[in-house]
Design a binder for this molecule. Structure first.
Ligand code: AMP
Length: 398
């Protein structure tokens, strides 16, 4: 593995990397940084937690020159993620001050318009609000040199691709484009072909493999005991921090209310009905350890960089197997051990099978010792799928 000094980064950026405590580049950094410094477009298949923010930020900060118009645009699917990249950019720009402006929805326009008038070098944005500003003529991308499209599969899931395309249309053709997505469905490959110019592909860790340090298990239970089992699991697990994913905001709120009764927990919720300032506080509090459990809907939690999460609990088996991989990617970050528990009810067996198929491994069924199960049919370690097996030809059903 090369050192950061071998990659061709500028002196101020190398000093900032040392100051950030990074000792050696991660695999995606080692591969992407030299190519990005040479001006290549990059298509990177990489999950969060692999160091991809630094992989695209370090070469950009290193190459950035003076200008009166924005030179860098980074598009992110969620406000939280955009804010996270802003924090990292400011760390990497410590010895090379840049004007970084954050643009996202859910807050007023006034401050953003003022910020856009301060001649930003770098704009970090979610697509919808950025497009609003572009349409109102509040910013000019005509001198843009770097476009970063991050977490593109999340942007696709959230319906942002039409906005993203309109934004790309307003970027100069001669720009350099860095494109990252954990998965590459057809719609994303098409977008990449259109947006990128002779890109080099970089794939780290395989698109499907969940973080290797994570151990995962299904906890089968009857529907009526799902909440009780989660509460018992939390109660019996030695954890530092847990992220619990629910499908709906209501589930998140209900679970939060019950978690508050468990000794030693300080839970908080994160979903889109919670106002932005409280979402920021929830996330900040979870990061600094004030809260040790965060109950989040999948949308609110996408791509968040929360390090040191010891446990992920899925309230339900995700309908989309790729979400499973994204979620359990919250644990096992930065080489720490993590556990991912998924509650499994009888109506979710097909989803469970789809997850196992996607991750190409059987996920262990576990029983929580000491829990008073009402319903035990699911608890044997029988394969979850297929539900309807094809009979071999010529054999009649008995
Ligand atoms: P990311 O994949 O960009 O979300 O990064 C995940 C976490 O790893 C962040 O907290 C980074 O600060 C951290 N990180 C990124 N690169 C390195 C590195 N080379 N050495 C140590 N930590 C890193």
């Amino acid at each position: 593995m090369p050192s950061f000094a071998d990659l061709g980064l500028s002196g101020p950026v190398l000093r900032a990397v040392t100051r950030a405590g990074y000792e050696e580049p991660t695999p995606i950094q080692a591969q992407a940084i030299p190519e990005a410094l040479n001006g290549r477009d990059i298509i990177g298949a990489s999950q969060t937690g692999t160091g991809k923010t630094a992989a695209f930020s370090l070469p950009i900060v290193s190459n950035l020159g003076p200008s009166t118009k924005p030179q860098v645009l980074v598009l992110e699917p969620t406000r939280e993620l955009a804010a996270q990249v802003e924090d990292q950019m400011n760390v990497f720009g410590y010895y090379k001050p840049m004007n970084v402006v954050l643009i996202h929805g859910g807050v007023g326009y006034g401050h953003q318009i003022e910020a856009l008038e301060t001649k930003p070098d770098v704009i970090l944005a979610t697509p919808g609000r950025l497009l609003d500003h572009l349409e109102k003529g509040n910013l000019d991308l005509s001198e843009l040199k770097y476009l970063v499209l991050d977490e593109v599969d999340r942007m696709l899931d959230m319906g942002f691709l039409p906005d993203v395309k309109k934004i790309i249309d307003q970027c100069p053709k001669g720009r350099q484009t860095l494109f990252f997505s954990a998965t590459m469905p057809a719609a994303i490959q098409t977008l990449a072909q259109w947006a990128l110019n002779d890109p080099i592909s970089i794939e780290v860790g395989g698109r499907r493999s969940p973080a290797e340090t994570v151990s995962h298990a299904f906890y089968p239970v009857g529907m009526d005991q799902r909440d009780d089992l989660i509460l018992a699991l939390v109660d019996k697990t030695k954890f530092e921090s847990i992220m619990i994913f629910t499908r709906t905001k209501k589930e998140a709120d209900q679970l939060l209310a019950r978690l508050k009764d468990i000794d030693g927990t300080n839970p908080v919720a994160l979903h889109s009905d919670i106002k932005q300032s409280d979402r920021t506080k929830a996330l900040q509090g979870f990061r600094d350890g004030t809260f040790n459990i965060i109950v989040a809907t999948d949308i609110a939690a996408r791509g968040l960089d929360v390090s040191g999460v010891t446990h992920v609990i899925n309230y339900r088996v995700p309908e989309n197997p790729e979400d499973y991989v994204h979620r359990i990617g919250r644990t096992g970050r930065a080489q720490q051990e993590g556990d991912a528990f998924t509650i499994l009810t009888a109506d979710e067996l097909e989803n469970a099978a789809a997850v196992e198929h996607f991750v190409e491994q059987k996920i262990e069924r576990r029983k929580l010792e000491g829990f008073d199960y009402n319903y035990t049919a699911l608890l044997d370690d029988s394969p979850a799928a297929p539900l309807r097996r094809k009979r071999p030809p010529g054999r009649k059903r008995r």
